[in-house]
Ligand binder design. Structure first.
Ligand code: ARG
Length: 284
């Protein structure tokens, strides 16, 4: 065994030298791997500004609709964007079906709802509203050959409305809530298409939307009928009840854009004239 020792040592030495050489060679080629990175230090930058989520039923031109690119556009959108800019907060719009739109506030999925929403005493019990930002009224749409001349003439007819709107309320009052002649649709354009195809005899909806639809669908051969019975309505931006901080910001921004002319600019862009001289609802 002793005879083997020196050779064993030599082999060992050679091995050690070889290993050392390999380490040196490796060192020459590459840095040894860096130690595992230390966990990131807490960010020193302040948290990014909160983006408020705004729900809107974007099938309600000219207030809110989707363009060819799928972007949500319209009068309401520009008003809220201007308010946000004025009051210094950020917004993101999310298309939200009308049915259940107010629940999204309760659930915290939306911070604001802008959707041509009429401020009503009943709604005020479950949500808060900004100061009013638009005057509206119900308007009747019928086919051009219709004999309808006033709201009461709808009593025996089939009437289309968007479910849960103030138009639905008005017609429910006249015809009786459970009257099968009331045809409820999930959107106002769907109700108006049904008018065109003859499925209903009239549609009752917000004047701005009816006028816009009739003007943009000359093939539909519609006309509009006003009635003094329809009470004046005002649109407000809806918030979860008690969200006083955001409500204050919204009202501050709204007052600001009314004072500096931005509101009038947006209004004129969409409705052709300044709100001080409201165009009477068209009637033929
Ligand atoms: N102003 C009516 C209401 O508040 C209709 C609003 C419908 N809005 C909409 N984007 N679909 O009941």
């Amino acid at each position: 065994m002793s005879i083997n020792r020196p050779s064993t040592r030599r082999v060992l030495r050679a091995g050690v030298a070889l290993a050392f050489g390999l380490v040196l060679a490796a060192c020459g080629k590459k840095e040894p791997p860096p130690p595992a990175p230390a966990p990131a230090a807490p960010a020193a930058a302040p948290a990014p500004a909160k983006v408020y989520v705004v729900g809107t039923d974007a099938a309600y031109a000219p207030f809110e609709s989707q363009n060819e690119k799928g972007e949500i556009v319209g009068f309401d959108i520009e008003v809220v964007q201007a308010i946000a800019k004025k009051a210094g907060f950020e917004v993101k719009f999310v298309n939200t079906p009308w049915e259940g739109i107010f629940n999204t506030l309760q659930q915290g999925d939306r911070d604001l709802v802008v959707s041509a929403v009429t401020i009503t005493d009943e709604r005020k019990q479950t949500m808060d509203f900004s100061a009013p930002y638009f005057d509206a009224q119900q308007l009747i749409a019928v086919r051009q050959d219709s004999k309808v001349a006033k709201f009461a003439d709808l009593k025996k007819l089939k009437v289309g409305v968007q479910t849960g709107t103030t138009g639905d309320e008005a017609v429910s009052k006249l015809l009786g809530k459970t009257n099968p002649n009331i045809k409820r649709f999930e959107s106002t354009p769907l109700a108006l298409k049904e008018l065109e195809s003859g499925g209903v005899d009239a549609v009752v909806a917000d004047n701005g939307v009816v006028i816009h639809y009739v003007a943009n669908n000359p093939g539909g051969k519609f006309k509009t009928v006003t009635d003094k019975e329809f009470v004046p309505e005002q649109y407000g931006i809806a918030l979860k009840k008690g969200n006083a901080e955001l409500l204050a910001k919204v009202n501050e921004g709204l007052a600001g854009i009314k004072a500096d002319g931005t509101y009038n600019q947006i209004y004129t862009k969409y409705f052709g004239s300044a709100p001080a001289a409201p165009a009477p609802a068209a009637s033929k």
